[in-house]
Design a protein. Structure first.
Lengths: 317, 314
């Protein structure tokens, strides 16, 4: 078995799966090398290598590939098609390994195992781990075991466990009314929300303006509850979680307003954004969708954020 | 006499107003920013001092994309975002206003108000196709001044259909219409319709635009746009007398609560100020940092995302 340095671009699914991926590869005797946090230069590299029609997060992802490609033995860019029986990821994420290969010459080996529950059902894990085993010269059974041990997020996880490991909003994160601070729920795809550069440091600026920003990753029961409110189950994997987070924030009286951070050219977000605004916000809570792209200046985001806070505080009354 | 100043430094124009405590406009100035906001502010203050130099300034509010810069130049008591400033002046003028349509040089806004409270708003993002700059650009291309556009539009008998989704498409569409032989009036009217469609598509989708509707910002000067909105929505658009300076009025209105003003006095018109900028080399973000200098050195810095430079100025 070789000791390999496995490069993991810090973008897209990284923000949902990085910890599991790291433990998985460590267990298999490999070292994972994540790219550094997004910077202006990384985004510039991404834009330079791609076509302009792609969305900001994909451009950023390819910028991270550019940073990593010459200093690792292989790049791990899994092809996630469906995480569950009745849902799909965005086509741009499905095609990510192909886009990567098309955009760069002189890439190291791109390890792109397929994860496709809709097609392979119970066999999805075996399908996923087989090419990994081949690339690392390990037995398929050994890799599948490591997968089951560490990558639990792909399967049904008991609600309490998800809550402990993945939920970002602790109960005490909400500040009491008496503090005079507003609680603002911020929803969006993890790769926008938690990339400080792409999100224009939204959490930091919210705190600077004296509000308490909240985020959460909904658990299974919250997702089911939210899906029951809307006409049909959301088809997009991550979009489902955004919709559920919106639902939790809308119905929680302690939350004063909700901001949906999305990326300008995001197809799934354009669907879920409408659902959230029209179907979920039945109590008409202050809601704003903040759309980001490579031209968006910090000032534009701050102006909207300030105006949103003024709106909740009813300063014109 | 005691009064309050409001400054709205926009991308294309800089507006300065003087109001009394009741909110009556005593003096105002509207000039092109021309990429030199400090000079625009200073020349407005020079004129203000000349005309109204004996008033006692009790408070200063700033707004617009250059609101922070204006604060550093004159010493402001309130620095407010444009949405709140526009809402305040509209509510002050028409207390039961329900909708504000504001179109400026490079951005546009839709603000919904119920019972004097902002309930929803939207701003255009990166596209300038629904703004004043677009109109100005097309007017130049048609060889008429932007002020004449509106009257040409009103004289149209059958507005041409012009694509409004993008300035580039609109331009090629207009050239095509000219080659086909449509007259100037019909093309200009088509242009107004295109801008209105663009605005409604970008900002108003799914929003309840109900009367009274106030139409403000520089583009409200154009009766062709007003007519196009009214035709499209079947509602009257009220254009206030002070339509181009409503943001500045709003900023001045907020400043009325000031206890002791930070205004640095009339000498702000004469102070020697210069700006410079550099790209911070300390991390790969390479933020563009702006500095304002007076004779004694740097008085303010901003533009960095980590706060390292910005904090030095405080």
């Amino acid at each position: 078995m070789k000791h390999l340095r496995i490069g993991i671009p810090r973008g897209l699914l990284f923000y949902s799966c990085a910890e599991s991926w790291k433990r998985f590869f460590q267990d298999l005797g490999c070292e994972t090398v994540p790219s550094p946090e997004t910077t202006a230069d990384i985004l510039k590299e991404g834009i330079r290598h791609t076509v302009s029609d792609l969305c900001l997060p994909v451009k950023t992802f390819l910028g991270h590939v550019a940073v990593l490609k010459d200093c690792v033995d292989l790049l791990f860019i899994p092809r996630h098609v469906s995480m569950e029986q009745e849902s799909y990821l965005c086509p741009k994420m499905i095609g990510l390994p192909d886009m990567t290969r098309a955009c760069f010459a002189n890439l190291p080996l791109v390890l792109d195992p397929l994860f496709h529950v809709k097609q392979f059902g119970d066999k999805a894990i075996d399908e996923f781990t087989r090419p990994v085993a081949e690339a690392l010269s390990l037995s398929p059974a050994r890799v599948a075991d490591a997968y089951r041990e560490h990558m639990d997020h792909h399967t049904e996880v008991p609600a309490e466990q998800r809550r402990r490991s993945e939920r970002l909003l602790a109960e005490d994160a909400v500040v009491p009314r008496s503090s005079g601070k507003l609680n603002i729920g911020i929803i969006g795809r993890p790769y926008l929300l938690f990339d400080r550069y792409l999100s224009k440091n939204l959490f930091h600026f919210s705190r600077k303006l004296g509000v308490n920003p909240l985020s959460l990753r909904p658990d299974e029961s919250e997702i089911r509850e939210a899906m029951a409110v809307i006409p049909k189950w959301v088809y997009w994997d991550m979009g489902k979680e955004v919709v559920a987070a919106a639902h939790v924030f809308f119905k929680d009286d302690r939350v004063d307003g909700v901001i949906n951070l999305c990326s300008a050219a995001c197809g799934p977000d354009s669907f879920t954004g409408d659902l959230i605004r029209k179907r979920l916000n039945q109590r008409n809570k202050p809601y704003m969708s903040l759309s980001l792209d490579e031209h968006t200046s910090d000032v534009g985001v701050q102006t909207r954020l300030e105006a949103f806070i003024d709106m909740i505080a009813k300063v014109t009354a | 006499m005691k009064a309050f100043i409001g400054i709205d430094v926009g991308s294309v124009t800089t507006k300065v107003v003087l109001i009394d405590h009741a909110g009556t406009v005593l003096w105002h100035s509207y000039r092109k920013t021309q990429g030199q906001p400090i000079r625009a502010i200073q020349s407005a203050f020079g004129a203000l001092r000349r005309d109204m130099g004996d008033v006692v300034i009790q408070g200063v509010g700033t707004t617009g994309s250059g609101r922070k810069l204006a604060d550093y130049v004159v010493g402001a008591d309130v620095v407010k975002n444009e949405i709140t400033a526009h809402a305040l002046s509209a509510i002050h003028l028409i207390p039961n206003v329900r909708t504000i349509v504001e179109i400026g040089g490079q951005d546009s806004k839709l603000i919904l108000i119920r019972n004097r409270v902002v309930t929803d708003f939207s701003m255009n993002t990166v596209c300038a196709a629904g703004t004043g700059s677009f109109l100005e650009h097309q007017a130049v291309r048609l060889g008429i001044s932007v002020e004449e556009l509106g009257n040409h539009a009103l004289a149209a008998s059958s507005p041409a259909r012009v694509a409004g989704r993008c300035t580039v498409f609109a331009e090629s569409d207009m050239i095509h219409k000219q080659q086909m032989g449509h007259n100037l009036e019909d093309i200009v009217a088509g242009l107004c319709d295109a801008l209105v469609r663009n605005y409604l598509n970008n900002l108003a989708r799914g929003k309840d635009i109900s009367a009274p509707v106030i139409f403000q910002g520089g583009v409200a000067a154009n009766p062709g746009i007003k007519a196009a909105f009214e035709r499209e929505l079947g509602q009257e658009f009220i254009v206030p007398v002070h339509y181009p300076i409503m943001g500045a009025i709003g900023a001045a209105l907020i400043a009325r609560t000031t206890k002791k003003t930070r205004f640095r006095g009339w000498q702000v018109a004469e102070q020697q100020l210069s700006t410079s900028s550099f790209y911070c080399p300390d991390c790969p973000n390479s933020c563009g940092v702006i500095e304002i200098n007076n004779r004694d050195g740097v008085i303010a810095r901003w533009g960095d995302s980590c706060g390292k430079w910005g904090n030095l100025g405080e």
